[in-house]
Ligand binder design. Sequence first.
Ligand code: HEM
Length: 479
Amino acid sequence: MKGVYTNPRFFLAMTVMLAMAAALVQAQATRVGFYARTCPRAESIVRSAVQSHFRSNPNIAPGLLRMHFHDCFVQGCDASILIDGPNTEKTAPPNRLLRGYEVIDDAKTQLEAACPGVVSCADILTLAARDSVFLTRGINWAVPTGRRDGRVSLASDTTILPGFRESIDSQKQKFAAFGLNTQDLVALVGGHTIGTSACQLFSYRLYNFTNGGPDPTINPAFVPQLQALCPQNGDGSRRIDLDTGSGNRFDTSFFANLRNGRGILESDQKLWTDPSTRTFVQRFLGERGSLPLNFNVEFARSMVKMSNIGFTITMKGAYTNPRFFLVMTVMLAMAAALVQAQGTRVGSTVQSHFRSNPTIAPGLLRMHFHDCFVQGCDASILIDGPNTEKTAPPNIMLRGYELEAAGPGVVSCADILTLAARDSVFLVNILLYFLNHILLKVLSINATADYVFHTVEAQILGQPQNPIPIAHLNPNPPT
Ligand code: HEM
């Protein structure tokens, strides 16, 4: 026992196994085309609902984008923002001005008629946010779906939303809590390229901000313009564009306005004042001397990240997640089958890659899973080119492609991937024995537990593995 706990291989095995479980849990969360079989028209129904509302009221586009953000930051993207009732999220101050609920209701009604009980409101809202960006001439991107709707909605949880007076440090912290970095923050706040703000949320900047004057970060030439739009003691509900001069179009002019001291919200203008965020504003503007970043592409990437909040399971979350245990059970069963088969061989290629980089084990297992779920286990995941499976968001993080060189001319890539996934599991199967031991201990069968563990300790740490022949199951290996 002691030998196992202090053995570096044991800790490596533990780490890899847990990473595999976490990766699988994460992989199961959302994926592009989740409704392809169960409700093939889901995405087009949402788009046409957004489109028809947009035609009569273009304000719903920014409304839906903001609603999605406010949904995701509070208990994950689970449509809890839509729940009615006293003290729900909807009733909290940061959400009082949200717009576009009727679009989600309309899309949901149509979807219930087409495929009853299939499409979640959380997915409808996520898709509607994407469609809103597209309709305002921004980018179109593939939205991973498969979210489940939440049932908890508490106004008190909305304090997590960043406020319009918030410092950049605090904004960064709030985003980082959801795995969103500084670039994600700047890109996502770039969503203010469309939509408006009520005067009541920024007019304090125009009068008596410092020593009786306006906020010094506002361009002095811009102050009278804003004062005319939002007079002191005027109508606080009056709305003005967050991106002056281009409020209906999804573009980079919001960032140009920040550079020119023409940001409307205090929190927006701070993106320029603070050097850590200014860098990204400059990059999105493609400023000379900066490393240019394509705003639309990065916005889409960050949106996918944000729209997975609540579905990207952290290791801590994984332990309390029932799916984690399901995945663990399946993997342990696989490992048990391998052990029972006596003398399982670790493919030497996998082994040598594993030695130099142990993270290929979970990488290969996940790759095999992604391959099998899309058109069967046919190695289509390995095909290069534009718009291949490899390029889709759920596959962007896949690892272990370097193994492709393992079987030139004879063995199909599909088989190599299948075997590599098996071998990856074998490399970490020591955890099976560890868990067995705990289980038996918990059941107070201590003698048996110790026997099992000591036997295994000897097998895994002391004895060489017996090779077994590999069966090539694919009847038509590629030539
Ligand atoms: C530090 C983070 C953020 C702060 C402090 C913030 C704050 C605000 C405020 C105060 C408004 C005006 C609301 C009103 O008067 O109705 C607003 C509007 C808006 N926000 Fe944000 N926001 C942030 C991040 C985001 C993100 C991440 C997105 C989307 C990806 C977003 C999208 C929008 C949109 C589209 C509007 C216009 C809404 C409309 O016209 O109805 N915001 N935001």
